[in-house]
Design a binder for this molecule. Structure first.
Ligand code: NAD
Ligand code: DAU
Length: 353
């Protein structure tokens, strides 16, 4: 048996592939375009492991995808591939439409054709799991209840709008063609292999480099944080036991204001790798211009996945952030490799540094 994972060289995808193969002998075909966010170094631990087949390809390349489906006949597909950074979607939305909307559509089409040609038993057992985000629900006010699966879609950034469009296509392929799909909408992840353009790894990197820790606006925006391997275990649970055509919100009930997140990781760094001058890394915090259209608050109501599938996160924010900071301290070579010329250009464009 085989599963096919897309975007498996990115942050969550690579954690998922490593996690999957640590607990199963079922092979993984890993399809990734290797954009700036994809990194084969994330998969180094699988070197020489026959259970992992890496293919550099675009999910929008219908012919390559059709050939892979015909050759491997995966029993499931987990679709992580996407452009994922909100700030980049503000500077240049076109790639987000191309991969998240058109790419997902082409992938679905290739999958539908392959699936329709399978035996009735194979068709029945097949799953297409689409990995999406809580950002499709828009922004919450302080007094609002956390997002439930029944909340209206109100995406506010080109990124979230492109993810919302892909979710709708996945839903339509179930209703129209009967494709056995599942969709997950998860909150903010953090952990190993997180590209240092996102808040947590960026601030760890900048702290150690003696650079400013940029806080957008007043830093009181709230995100709901989940350690990445908890997202992986939730996806496995949905794949195994999720009801077809359903969506599942994933989150760990961990709402934090951005400023508190950065202060927490500064405190962990102060403990593990104190600054030479004895001051706290929090001294490096700087308030900068806000993100345009910045969503104020996200929060996930995870009752459905907890009740229906018995899923629970293993990490608290405190244990997860300590693990994360330790991982970055132990993997400075990884950080150096990904903060190449292209990375420096992005930082210059975004922060004027
Ligand atoms: P990421 O940017 O780290 O990785 C994305 C991966 O997809 C990269 O390896 C990239 O090379 C690959 N990719 C991009 N375009 C592709 C294409 N056209 N064809 C094939 N591969 C392509 O993203 P991530 O943070 O790991 O997110 C993975 C998925 O999870 C995304 O769909 C994202 O929307 C969703 N998600 C992310 C979070 C989060 O906090 N990071 C939370 C909820 C949902
Ligand atoms: O909610 C799930 C989403 O979480 C995923 O769908 C996205 O793929 C993922 O990138 C993430 O989106 P966010 O925009 O919430 O993550 P980011 O790390 O970019 O920002 C987290 C918060 O921190 C957000 O309120 C913006 C703020 N921020 C971010 C950066 C990069 C800053 O204050 N300063 C920064 O330099």
């Amino acid at each position: 048996m085989t599963i096919l994972v897309t975007g498996g060289a990115g942050f969550i995808g690579s954690n998922f592939v490593l996690d999957w193969l640590s607990g199963s002998d079922e092979a993984v075909v890993n399809v990734d375009k290797l954009t700036y966010a994809g990194n084969l170094q994330n998969l180094e631990l699988l070197a020489g492991d026959d259970r992992h087949v890496f293919v550099r390809a675009d999910i929008g390349d219908s012919q390559v995808i059709a050939d892979l489906l015909a050759r491997h006949q995966p029993r499931a597909i987990v679709n992580f591939a996407a452009e994922s950074h909100v700030d980049r979607s503000i500077h240049g939305p076109a790639d987000f439409i191309e991969t998240n909307v058109v790419g997902t559509f082409r992938l679905l089409e290739a999958v539908r054709v392959d699936w329709a040609a399978r035996s009735p038993e194979a068709r029945q057992g097949f799953r297409f799991l689409h990995v999406s985000t809580d950002e499709v629900y828009g922004s919450l006010a302080a007094e609002d209840a956390p997002f439930r699966e029944t909340n209206r879609y109100e995406p506010n950034s080109p990124y979230s709008a492109s993810k919302a469009a892909s979710d709708h296509l996945v839903r339509a392929y179930h209703h129209t063609y009967g494709l056995p799909v599942l969709t997950t909408n998860c909150s903010n992840n953090y952990g190993p292999y997180h590209f240092p353009e996102k808040l947590i790894p960026l601030c760890i990197h900048n702290a150690l480099a003696g650079k400013p820790l940029p806080i957008y606006g007043d830093g009181q925006q709230i995100r709901d944080w989940l350690y990445v391997t908890d997202h992986c275990s939730a996806i496995r649970a949905v794949l195994e036991k999720g009801r077809l055509g359903e969506t599942y919100n994933i989150g760990g009930w961990n709402e934090k204001a951005n400023l508190d997140v950065v202060r927490t990781l500064c405190a962990v760094l102060d403990e593990l790798k104190p600054r030479a001058d004895g001051l706290s890394y929090a001294e490096q915090i700087r308030f900068v211009t806000d993100r345009p259209g910045h969503d104020r608050r996200y929060a996930i109501d995870a009752t459905k996945i907890e009740r229906e599938l018995g899923w629970r996160p293993a990490e608290t924010f405190e244990t997860g952030i300590a693990k994360t900071v330790r991982w970055y301290l132990d993997h400075q070579d990884w950080v150096e490799n990904v903060t190449s010329g292209a990375y420096q250009r992005w930082i210059g464009q975004q922060y004027g540094a």
